[in-house]
Design a protein around this ligand. Sequence first.
Ligand code: 13P
Length: 255
Amino acid sequence: MDKTKRKAIIAGNWKMNKTPKEAKELLNAITPLVKDADCEVIACVPYVDLSVALEATEGTNVKIGAENCHWAESGAFTGEISTGMLKEMGVEYVVLGHSERRQYFGETDETVNKRTKAALAAGLKPIVCVGELLWERECDITEEVIARQIKLDLWSVTEEELKNVVIAYEPVWAIGTGKTATAEQAEEVCAFIRATVAKLYNQEAADALTIQYGGSMNDGNADELLSKTNVDGGLIGGASLVAEKFAAIVKAASK
Ligand code: 13P
């Protein structure tokens, strides 16, 4: 397997952090630090920060993503944001199916699939998150859980569309806990995801797919995680809120 076939992507997922004013400050600090990156750099920010984020990163190598989107084009969905709204602003990526949305906001594989299809149809690039709970890992059903999520979340996504999909493997027990998966655990599941995609599509499509690891990735452990064959990048929470830490992870991915 040739890792150089794939695009390394480091994406920050800011979650519910940073006001527009703070977003501008953080991006102004990040952009000069990552300007020579040899990987794709993305900041996925709260909806209200998108406008200033796009402005602050204009003409730089930092791309902007949203943290969710609805599947309908428009309509009576109070509080929701459509793919068309994001696209018109110039947003390129969108995080979908994050475990926090699955845990706290009733997100299911069915709704992740609907959002994924809608995002792709609108020309957005979805970062689809999958990952097992600690209990599921302890019961030794990690692979079943991941295979189910991959199959359902990507249901009816075409091979052509898959080229615009990024998968983020985020073990739920490693998110915001300071407890990172070991590089071996991350590699094992990312390789399993690739094998599952190869079965669903074909080996070429699987080899071209960028698979990120997420869960307490930071400037101290990024090097080791990213050295693994099937770990093509990172989806970074806490460490993406500190310019120097985020830049150090981008540097690790640029090697
Ligand atoms: P942390 O890096 O804070 O653990 O968050 C990971 C994450 O959920 C990224 O989407």
